[in-house]
Structure formats: C-alpha cells, structure tokens
Design a protein around this ligand. Structure first.
Ligand SMILES: [Mg+2]
Length: 444
C-alpha cells in the first residue's frame, strides 16, 4: 500500500521532508521540502540541476526530478519533525538510467522475473574520529588488539546506544554492537532484508551515524582506510536468494542439506547458490570497481599486516567455508559473505553489482572454482591460478571496462557514466604531487 506522505506528515508531526537521492559517488543529496508542499512533490518530484551532482549530466540538461519512494520514508529519530525519503531520479518522464537507485531497481526486477528475490545484510564499519578527522576521538583507545574491547566500547556508549536505540525504534532488528579491530572503530549489525530495503537502510545508517557522532562532538567516517597501519572499514555483505520478496519469503533458494556432491553443497549451498557465487568469483576483479570505488579503497585490500595482526580484507579471488581470510566465506548453509566491499561503496550500486554478477553466474552456470580451506594470510602464496584483486582504482576500472557482460548487466548508460567520472577522479589523483615522490626521488 502506498503511503500518502501528506497524511504521514499530519499523523507524525512532520514539518519537513528530506527528499534524498544518491549520486554515482555515493553522495546523498537532498532538498528540504515543507510538509504543506509534499503532496505535489510526491507526484511530480523535487527539481534538481543534475550537473551539480555526480551523475554525468551537463548544465544544459533539463530539470532532474527526484520522485520520493514513499515505502522508504523514515522519521528522523534525532530530529522527529523531519522525515527522510529516498527518491528515484527522473528526467522528462523517464528514469535516469545511470542513477544508482534506478540501476538497483532494474536488477531487482530482472531477478524477480526469474523467480529470485535477493536478500542481504551489510556490516557497515566506521571510525569515530576528532572533528577535524585527524585522530581517533578516544585517546585511551590504544590497545594492540582492540577488537571487542569492552572498556573502549563503553567509553563510546553514548553514541553506540543512541544509534542502536534508534534502530530498535525503527524496527530494524539490531542485534549486536562492538568495538572493531582498529582503534576507534565500531560495528553495529541489524537484520538482513530485501536488497532495496537494505540499500535504503544502509544509506540511512550512514546519515544517522554521522549525524549522531556530530551531535556528540565526533566525526564518524566510513572511509576504507582512514588511518595507515590500522584495519580499514569493510562493508561485508551476506547474501541469500529467496522464493518471494519481503515477509512472504518462505524458501531460501540458496540452501540445501549438506551433501558430498561437490565442495559448495558440502557447505549447504544449492546449485543456484553455487552458480551465483560462481558469478561473483568470475566478475570479482571487475566488480571491485563498484565495491571498492575510491583511490583509498586499495589501501585496505592488498594492505600489509595491520598492528592488530590481520587486515581482515582479501587480496585474492578465493572462497572458503567458515574462514575470514578469503574474499568469500560460506559461514553456514544457504548464504555466503562477500568480504570485498568497503565503507566507500555506494549502497545501491553495491547491491546492484552483486545481483548483476550473481544473475550472470546463474544464467551462464558459472562455477566458483576450487574451495581453499587454508589461512590465506599465512599460506596464500601456495594458491595457484587464483586472480589477484586489482592493485589500485585504475586497474579495477580497466577490469570493469573489459568485462562486457557485467557492464551490460549494470546498464550501458550507467557503465559509461561511471567509468568516465571515475577515470576523471583517477586522473585528479595521479596529477597530485606527493611527498613520497620527493622522499624517494630527490637524491636519485
Ligand atoms: Mg567487522
């Protein structure tokens, strides 16, 4: 049933709606619309100059309209007179092909047409820093192995509790919070959901966490590797596919009773689950351009050992059972965890590229290859034939550009716009003169 936003405003005491869309770089952009104007906006959308966001539009393009999806509306728990609502980008009556939420919706529809409903959960790690972003906010948080540090998590109880209370109020089913493996790093987990619902919640979680941190005088960052030498911000995704969307889901299509038929079914992954995983493995080096979308992303994967002893990030395209040293972990029957994505991943494109690669895997009956039940950090050198993940953003963009089937599945307009803007970003990075060059070249 469609929510009438004007009635919603009356019922909840909303004064303003934040009509929000996400651009290709994962930036959330919004207009604050007074509740008395929301009825028209719900129908026609709020107008934006598309060129002003990262969407590869020109100043000459007509108005881009962000049309709210009322199913996504959330009253801000920390500012209850405002409601956030995710919007779909439309221009001249047609969806903007490269807009991330449109890309995801198209892939969800494609999967649904084949009887598959992807459900995912994300683990969005973040750091709490000082407001200038230069240091960990807690000067006592210095342990060599700070993961699960109960003293440190209680020193930030005010922030963690506030965010978790809000998730409880919103009905997201949060179930655990902890101090993560880097000093200053935290993780909060809530229940998995349909891919679009997870993407909307992931977007809102970032907005909420940054807002609550600011309120307490800190700065929350999801940057993949904000501090050299410490574990980075991953955004692991747990993936399963069901027979029906939402609460109607009854059967996990990925699950099977473990059999000795092959290495995936031994772990309880069905034939479809195995082929979906095969698609992720097949496209891994290319999809890294989406799951690890920034220059900084490649300081997290391929990183040297951190001070805690492990990066917890992959560097090679391998999969395994319940073992966190590989790109994909199958922790139990009927689902798997992709450990590649990081905190910079665009919440919509992250879900979209997983579905695109997985669907291609099912259609082409892709096999995931040999399962490696080894400690990749200690014995990775013994693995033969598994591709290394891209070393930097440029390599990843080149891999994406070469992967014709993934590019087509994500949409030609999207892929062209994304590659163009990300190449510009890379060019900007390499034209930046660094101290490292001077330190290593001055006396040559
Ligand atoms: Mg974690």
């Amino acid at each position: 049933m469609t929510v009438d936003l004007a009635s919603y405003a009356k019922e909840k005491g909303i004064k303003y709606f934040m009509i929000s869309f996400t651009d290709l770089f994962g930036g959330q952009r919004a207009k604050l619309v007074p509740a008395q104007a929301i009825a028209d906006m719900q129908e026609d959308g709020a107008g934006f100059a598309g060129f002003a966001a990262w969407l590869d539009l020109t100043p000459a393009h007509p108005d881009m309209l962000a049309v709210p999806d009322p199913a996504s509306v959330i009253q801000l728990p920390w500012q209850p007179d405002v409601a956030w609502v995710a919007a779909n980008c439309v221009m001249e009556g047609k969806g903007v092909d490269q807009a991330p939420r449109n890309v995801l919706q198209r892939l969800i529809d494609e999967a649904a047409a084949e009887g598959m409903h992807v459900k995912t959960g994300v683990e969005a790690e973040y750091f709490l820093l000082t407001p200038d972003g230069n240091q960990i906010s807690d000067p006592f948080d210095t342990a060599e192995k700070p993961c699960y540090d109960q003293q440190a998590v209680m020193r930030r109880y005010d922030v963690v509790k506030e965010i978790c209370d809000y998730m409880l109020d919103l009905g997201w089913g949060p179930y655990q919070n902890d101090h993560e493996d880097a000093n200053g790093q935290f993780e909060m987990n809530w229940e998995f959901d349909d891919a679009m619902a997870t993407a909307d919640k992931h977007s809102f979680f970032k907005f909420m966490t940054k807002s609550v941190a600011e309120k307490h005088g800190y700065r929350a960052t999801f940057m993949p590797k904000p501090i050299a030498g410490l574990t980075g911000n991953g955004c692991h995704v747990h993936i399963s596919v069901w027979d029906k969307p939402g609460a109607a889901a009854k059967t996990n299509v990925f699950a099977t009773t473990p059999t000795s038929e092959n290495q995936a079914s031994e772990l309880g992954l069905s034939e479809n689950g195995r082929h979906f995983l095969g698609g992720i493995m097949k496209h891994a080096s290319a999809l890294a351009a989406i799951t690890n979308p920034t220059v900084n992303s490649y300081k997290r994967i391929n990183a040297p050992r951190t001070t805690s002893g492990a990066t917890w990030a992959p560097n090679t395209v391998t999969w395994t059972g319940n073992n966190r040293t590989h790109m994909v972990r199958v922790p139990g029957p009927g689902r798997f965890e992709l450990r590649l994505p990081d905190g910079a991943a665009n919440p919509y494109l992250l879900q979209a590229v997983i579905i695109a690669a997985g669907l291609d895997g099912i259609r082409s009956k892709a096999e995931p290859g040999k399962r490696h039940d080894i400690d990749m950090y200690a014995q990775g050198h013994s693995v033969r034939g598994a591709p290394k993940l891209p070393l930097n953003l440029l390599d990843a963009l080149r891999e994406y550009d070469k992967d014709k089937s993934l590019k087509a599945a994500m949409g030609d307009e999207f892929s062209a716009a994304y590659l163009k803007l990300k190449q510009q970003e890379w060019n900007s990075f390499v034209s930046h003169f660094t101290q490292w060059e001077k330190d290593n070249t001055l006396d040559i």
